[in-house]
Design a protein around this ligand. Sequence first.
Ligand code: SF4
Ligand code: SF4
Length: 485
Amino acid sequence: MKNDTLEQQLYDEEAETFRNQLATVTDEGKRKWVYPKKPSGRFHKARIVISAILLLILFLTPFIKLNGHPFMLFDFLNRKFILFGILFGPHDFHLLVIAMISLVVFVVLFTAVFGRIFCGWACPQTIFMEMVFRKIEYWIEGDSKDQRKLNSAPWNAVKFFKKFTKHIIFFAIAFLISNIFLSYIIGIDALLKIVTDPPAEHLQGLFAITVFSGIFYFVFSNFREQACTIVCPYGRLQGVLLDRDSIVIAYDNVRGEPREKFKKEEGWENRGDCIECYQCVEVCPTGIDIRNGIQLECVNCTACIDACDDIMDKIKRPRGLIRYASINSIERKTKWRFTPRTIGYSSLLAVLITVLVILLLNRTDFSVTILRTAGLLYQEQPNNMVSNLYDLNMVNKTYNKIPVMLKLENVEGELKLVGKDIVIEPQGNVDSKFLILLPKSELSKMSTPIDIGIYDGDKLIKKVSTSFLAPMKKEPKEEDHEDKD
Ligand code: SF4
Ligand code: SF4
């Protein structure tokens, strides 16, 4: 029994050695170039459709405008964001923080349940790499075998022409991607100005476009799958985000093992369904063997599912030896269930989304804070008047300049701004002070409630309630009454 355990341990350790190094790095630490076979199959077809839709959305969104303003803008430099036509500025920082936390919890929850489905179906890196750049490479240089042959062949006219054409097209697409990404940051109008004006007028913008184009070109022509395995933090977090109930692209080792080459005369007795054809390995764009188990390099591209299904069709075995499944569903035949971890994440996400929705629903385009100036009660003024000094803060969250006027709504008196008239710039924030003067005769108690209207021309945009302090009226003494009588 003890020996069994030791043997098992040694076997497990041996089986796990593939985790000690990346599939795309040699023992000497050099890069192993991956030549994945052209993928095909039902998942690949579905991914082409989804990718086309997502690319269309990505390229068209910067051109969509609502009332002359971008539909989406992520102007990090000026801390200005437009989401679905709604403008968010620095004053909405709390919303951004809650939205970011919700997004992180959503990603964690989504990953715990569905694994890296995002990487395979929606990540821009995978979509551009597999659906754009790789397709162009197959078109110019052929399938994996032809590419290997071309790369090891001596330089001649054909090789030069193919490589030159490919890299020119790659750079042109990288340039296009860089322009599109920049248009999400500075807006399409600013981008068109950079592109159409004389270069000397926009040196900074042109520099940014060139640098981004160079980065994208390098990533898609050379760095490729390394971006997912070495750089992407999401990929590296898989070890802590996934558990045995997460749905991932998995090889059914219960059904597939023991694997061996198929010999018709021996039939399917005492062997697994895997026929060691290596098709799943050959199509993998990150160069891994999914039969080793879940690996951080797997971007869930589904190519191995299609390749294996194709083999299963040919050898007349059921499809799905590699499929979307959880480890528990394969090894213990359990159905997917809510684990305590997913219940916890879901509850937290529900709370965060509720808070965010409430804050968004209560968000106004214009906010005003009026507070009586600290440390001051009231001031006696000539002509039997009393004044109070107030601090005023106003935030204009709209796209328009607002010239603001303040009026007393429920009492007769005077409202005097300290300083000049107020005009608030779009996304602007103004701090000011004002005095309210009321006649003593109107003030019967120490604190009088007052309403202040904030006007844009004749249009009331906000009404704020505050209080006005006045000296206590002296009660007439009893002897005074007697004297009068
Ligand atoms: S494609 Fe399927 S049958 Fe072929 S090696 Fe991979 S898992 Fe085994
Ligand atoms: S293991 Fe399969 S799903 Fe994962 S990256 Fe390779 S081919 Fe794609």
